[in-house]
Design a protein around this ligand. Structure first.
Ligand code: FAD
Ligand code: FES
Ligand code: MG
Length: 283
């Protein structure tokens, strides 16, 4: 049945992978695209990347981290449950070309986003070097899958519990310092991390693509919620992106716009937690 969760797995602390039956989206998906879903009929709309698709089986894969109310609610669903509604694929597919030596700098839950892109880039004849960063060891995800499609892979943790001790941007900067040469960089992760990585690639003269995670509502260009400024021009991430030239992004504006519902998000999460406590008789 459409939108039914086929399997659920916790692949990192608070990070879940769902396979979902969605034949139409599976048949149309291209790397770089995303869906927007509503967990239940009163739920808000949230965008999540399509981390993989199997057109023959009619399934898509999503990987998400619990960030607030909607992702917490989504994580409470089990295999066999149905997601209320889901639209996609949305956004422009990533242009897959032969760039040469591609560096991929990943932070947070960027891995599911880049996995299908890197697979396609590898198949197009590029060499792939992955720099995979997380705050701590239990948040490092998809290392094995990314290792299978890359020429080199190095991992960093901010708290030094696994791999290189430091941020993934420090790890990447050191790789460049010790002679690493790249023709293209793909940078995906939290805004601060992407901004820092873009400063490094700009100095090194490496063309850089970023995927922007703005707040989205309709996902089809009508609400304006996902507006960003790229090289002085207004763009909509949902239909002009989500990928843009990282050296042209107005990062300060993006940061400001991402934080505009923080108070409401906190209230929604607190009410959600209270409803769970009430249901379980916890004071
Ligand atoms: P909230 O507490 O409501 O919000 C937490 C933070 O998430 C906010 O401060 C804001 O920065 C962001 N956010 C909130 N609402 C939205 C919204 N409607 N649209 C976008 N961001 C929002 N996360 C993953 O874990 N895995 C993915 O594959 C993934 N893919 C994404 C693809 C795109 C194109 C975009 C734009 C975002 C993606 N995200 C992904 C981020 C994900 O959408 C947010 O974490 C989620 O919406 C948070 O909702 P919440 O109610 O749980 O948390
Ligand atoms: Fe509404 Fe992009 S999400 S215009
Ligand atoms: Mg929310």
């Amino acid at each position: 049945m459409k939108n039914v969760i086929i399997s659920k797995e916790e692949i990192g602390r608070g990070i879940f992978r769902f396979n979902i039956e969605e034949p139409l989206v599976a048949s149309k998906h291209r790397p770089g695209q995303f869906i927007i879903l509503m967990v239940n009929e009163t739920g808000e709309r949230i965008p999540l990347t399509i981390a993989g698709s199997d057109p023959a089986a009619g399934t898509i894969t999503i990987v998400f981290q619990v960030a607030g109310k909607s992702t917490a609610l989504l994580s409470s669903l089990e295999a066999g449950d149905r997601i209320q509604n889901l639209i996609g694929p949305l956004g422009r597919p990533t242009p897959i070309e032969r760039y040469g030596r591609v560096a991929c700098v990943i932070g947070g839950v960027g891995a599911p986003y880049v996995y299908p892109i890197l697979k396609a880039m590898r198949d197009a004849g590029n060499s792939i070097s992955v720099f995979l960063g997380a705050r701590s060891r239990e948040l490092v995800i998809m290392e094995k899958e990314l290792g299978e499609i890359s020429d080199t892979l190095s991992v960093s943790t901010d708290d030094d519990t696994y791999g290189y001790g430091g941020t993934v941007v420090d790890l990447f900067r050191e790789a460049l310092g010790s002679g690493g040469k790249f023709d293209m960089a793909v940078v995906v992760g939290p805004v601060g991390m992407m901004e820092a990585a873009c400063a490094v690639t700009k100095e090194a003269g490496i063309r850089t693509m970023v995927s922007l995670n703005t707040i989205m509502v309709d996902g089809t260009g009508m609400c304006g919620s996902c507006r960003v400024t790229i090289g002085g021009e207004s763009k909509l991430v949902c239909c002009d992106g989500p990928e843009f030239d990282g050296h042209l992004v107005d990062w300060a504006e993006l940061r400001h716009r991402l934080g505009r519902f923080l108070d409401q998000e906190k209230v929604a999460m607190n009410l959600y937690k209270k409803s769970i406590f009430d249901r379980n008789g916890i004071k």
